[in-house]
Design a protein around this ligand. Structure first.
Ligand SMILES: Cc1cc2nc3c(=O)[nH]c(=O)nc-3n(C[C@H](O)[C@H](O)[C@H](O)COP(=O)(O)OP(=O)(O)OC[C@H]3O[C@@H](n4cnc5c(N)ncnc54)[C@H](O)[C@@H]3O)c2cc1C
Length: 488
C-alpha cells in the first residue's frame, strides 16, 4: 500500500463498499482491510430488490456474486457511530475503537420519509414502508401477502418499479405523484402520459398533480388523504419520495458536506485520510444515486489507494436510466429537454395506444438526450450512440423507427459483428464489447465464464441478451483468430 498505509476501514457494505472490498485485495499485498456494514445481511445487489419484489428472483438471487477478497475482515451488523479524524479512529455500535490509516465512507443513501401527519420517520407503522433495503423489501412482501390494494407515494423510477412489482403479485395499485407527469426527472410530459397509460393497462393507476396531506395507519389498513380532499384506502403504503445521501458520520466528523460528502477526482474528502464513494459522495456538484458511478469510483479509489495507478481519476460518464418492470421497456438518457431550443434537432414518434414513444434530441449530429418507451427496435443503437458520443445516421428514421428505405444508413450497430469494440455492452460495469471478445479469446466459452471474466450482467442485468448475442456470435466463429479478424 503506498498512499494509504496499512489499515483501511470501509464503512458500509453496500454496492460501493462491497465492490471496493473485492477490488482492493486483488491489488494489495499486506494491507489489513476491514469492512463494517450496518445491515445484518451479506452484501446484496440492491438494484435487484425490484425483481425480488416482483417475484422474478428469490433472496438468493439478489446476493452479490462477488465475494470480498481473501483476508478481508467483513463485519456485518456493525454500525460506525463516530469518526475521529484527528486520532484516526472509528467507534462502532459494539463499542470497539478501531484505528485506521485510511478510511472510506461508503454509507450510501437513505429513503426519505415525507413530513406528513401520521408518519414518524423513526418508527413507521406496520403497513407503511420505504423501499431501500432487503429488510424493507421483506416487510413490504409480508404485508403484501394477502393484501388486495396498495398505495405508492411517489411516481419516480423506484416508486414505479415498486408499483409494477406489487401489481405483478396481483394487487390493485395506486400511485400518488405530486407532479403533472410520471418520472419527471427523466421523461417529458408526453412520454409520462404514454407511460401512465401503459401502467393503467397493467393494474397501476396514477393520480397526478396531487400531494398527500396525511396518513392514517391502523392495524387493519392505511388511508392516505390527498390535498384535493380525496381519501385512498389500502392494505399497504409504500413511500418512494426520494433518497438522501447518508452524510451524518461525515458531517459530525467535520468533513465538507454539501448534499453529499464532497470529494475530488481522486475521491478524497476534505480530509486526505478519508475518501467517500457511491451514493453518499458528491463529485463535481453531483450526487449520482446510480450503481455505475459507484462501481467506477470503487475501481478508481482502489487504484489510487494501492498506488497501482496514482494518476487514476474519476471521470463521470453519461448515464442511461432503465425501468426494470415487466411489460414496460423504458430507456431514458441525457437531457429530457422540456423547452424548444433552436440549436437542438428534435425528433419524436408517439403511438400511445400501443404504448410506444420515442424522442431524440440531437445537437451537432450527436445525441444529447433520448427517451425510448415501449417497442423501439433501435433502442440498443440509440444507447450506444449516446454512450460513445458517436454521430447519428443521416436518415434519423433508423433510430426513431428502427427502419429505413436507404440501406446505406441502416442502423449501424445492432448486430454483434458490426458493433465497434468500444461499444459499452454492460452499462453498470462499463464492459465494452472489446473486453468480452478479449475474454473469449482468453478461453471463456460459456456465459458463466464471460460473466466471471468481465463482470458483465452483474448489475441490473438488462444487458444479458446482448452478452448472450455476442457469445453466440463468437461461438459461431470457429477459431479465435477469425474472431480477432472480425472484431478488429
Ligand atoms: C429498489 C432499488 C432499485 C434500484 N435500481 C437501480 C438501477 O436500476 N440502476 C442503478 O444504477 N441504480 C439503482 N438503484 C440505486 C443503487 O442501488 C445505488 O446507487 C447503490 O446501491 C449505491 O451503492 P452504495 O454502496 O453507495 O449505497 P448502498 O448500496 O445503499 O450501501 C450503503 C451501505 O452502507 C451502510 N451504512 C450506512 N451507514 C453506515 C454506518 N454508519 N456504519 C456501517 N454501515 C453503514 C448501509 O446500511 C448500507 O448497507 C436502485 C436502488 C433501489 C433501492
Amino acid at each position: 500500500m503506498s498512499e494509504s498505509g496499512n489499515r483501511i476501514i470501509i464503512v458500509g457494505h453496500g454496492m460501493a463498499g462491497a465492490r471496493l472490498a473485492a477490488e482492493l485485495p486483488a491489488r494489495t499485498g499486506d494491507a489489513k482491510i476491514t469492512v463494517l456494514g450496518a445491515e445484518q445481511h451479506r452484501a446484496y445487489n440492491r438494484i435487484m430488490l425490484s425483481n425480488l419484489l416482483a417475484g422474478k428472483v428469490d433472496e438468493a438471487g439478489v446476493e452479490l456474486t462477488e465475494a470480498a477478497g481473501h483476508g478481508i475482515d467483513v463485519q456485518p451488523g456493525v454500525q460506525v457511530t463516530a469518526v475521529d479524524p484527528a486520532a484516526r479512529t472509528v467507534t462502532t455500535s459494539r463499542g470497539d475503537l478501531l484505528g485506521y490509516d485510511h478510511l472510506v465512507l461508503a454509507t450510501g443513501g437513505r429513503a426519505l420519509v415525507p413530513p406528513l401527519p401520521g408518519l414518524d420517520p423513526d418508527r413507521l407503522p406496520d403497513r407503511v414502508a420505504v423501499f431501500r433495503t432487503l429488510d424493507d423489501c421483506r416487510r413490504i412482501l409480508s404485508v403484501a401477502t394477502g393484501a388486495r390494494r396498495a398505495l405508492v407515494l411517489g411516481g419516480g423510477l423506484l416508486g414505479l418499479e415498486a408499483a409494477r412489482g406489487l401489481a405483478t403479485r396481483g394487487l390493485e395499485v395506486h400511485v400518488v405523484h405530486p407532479v403533472g407527469h410520471l418520472m419527471e426527472r427523466q421523461l417529458d410530459p408526453a412520454a409520462g402520459a404514454v407511460l401512465a397509460r401503459t401502467l393503467a393497462g397493467l393494474g397501476v393507476t396514477a393520480h397526478l398533480e396531487v400531494a398527500a396531506s396525511a396518513v392514517d395507519a391502523r392495524a387493519d389498513g392505511v388511508t392516505l388523504t390527498l390535498s384535493d380532499g380525496r381519501e385512498l384506502a389500502a392494505d399497504l403504503l409504500v413511500l418512494s419520495c426520494g433518497v438522501r445521501p447518508d452524510v451524518g458520520l461525515a458531517r459530525s466528523a467535520g468533513l465538507t458536506v454539501d448534499r453529499g460528502v464532497v470529494v475530488d477526482d481522486r475521491l478524497r474528502t476534505s480530509d486526505p485520510h478519508i475518501s467517500a464513494i457511491g451514493d453518499c459522495a458528491q463529485h463535481a456538484g453531483v450526487v449520482t444515486g446510480l450503481v455505475a458511478p459507484a462501481w467506477e469510483q470503487a475501481r478508481v479509489l482502489a487504484q489510487v489507494l494501492t498506488g497501482q495507478d496514482t494518476r487514476a481519476r474519476y471521470r463521470p460518464r453519461p448515464s442511461v436510466t432503465r425501468l426494470k418492470a415487466a411489460g414496460i421497456d423504458l430507456a431514458a438518457m441525457g437531457d429530457p429537454g422540456f423547452g424548444l431550443d433552436p440549436d437542438v434537432e428534435e425528433l419524436s414518434f408517439s403511438d400511445p395506444v400501443r404504448g410506444t414513444y420515442a424522442r431524440l434530441r440531437i445537437v451537432g449530429e450527436r445525441l444529447t438526450g433520448a427517451i425510448m418507451l415501449g417497442d423501439n427496435p433501435a433502442v440498443g443503437t440509440v444507447i450506444q450512440l449516446f454512450d460513445r458520443g458517436a454521430p447519428v445516421p443521416i436518415d434519423r428514421r433508423t433510430l426513431l423507427l428502427g427502419r429505413s428505405r436507404d440501406v446505406a444508413s441502416a442502423p449501424p450497430v445492432e448486430s454483434p459483428a458490426l458493433m465497434p469494440d468500444s461499444a459499452t455492452v454492460c452499462q453498470c460495469n462499463t464492459v465494452r464489447k472489446g473486453a468480452l471478445v478479449r475474454c473469449w479469446r482468453a478461453g471463456a466459452r460459456s456465459m458463466d465464464e464471460l460473466v466471471a471474466g468481465t463482470r458483465a450482467t452483474t448489475g441490473c442485468g438488462s444487458c444479458r441478451d446482448a452478452v448472450e448475442g455476442i457469445l453466440g456470435w463468437l461461438s459461431a466463429i470457429d477459431t479465435p483468430e477469425t474472431a480477432e479478424e472480425v472484431a478488429a
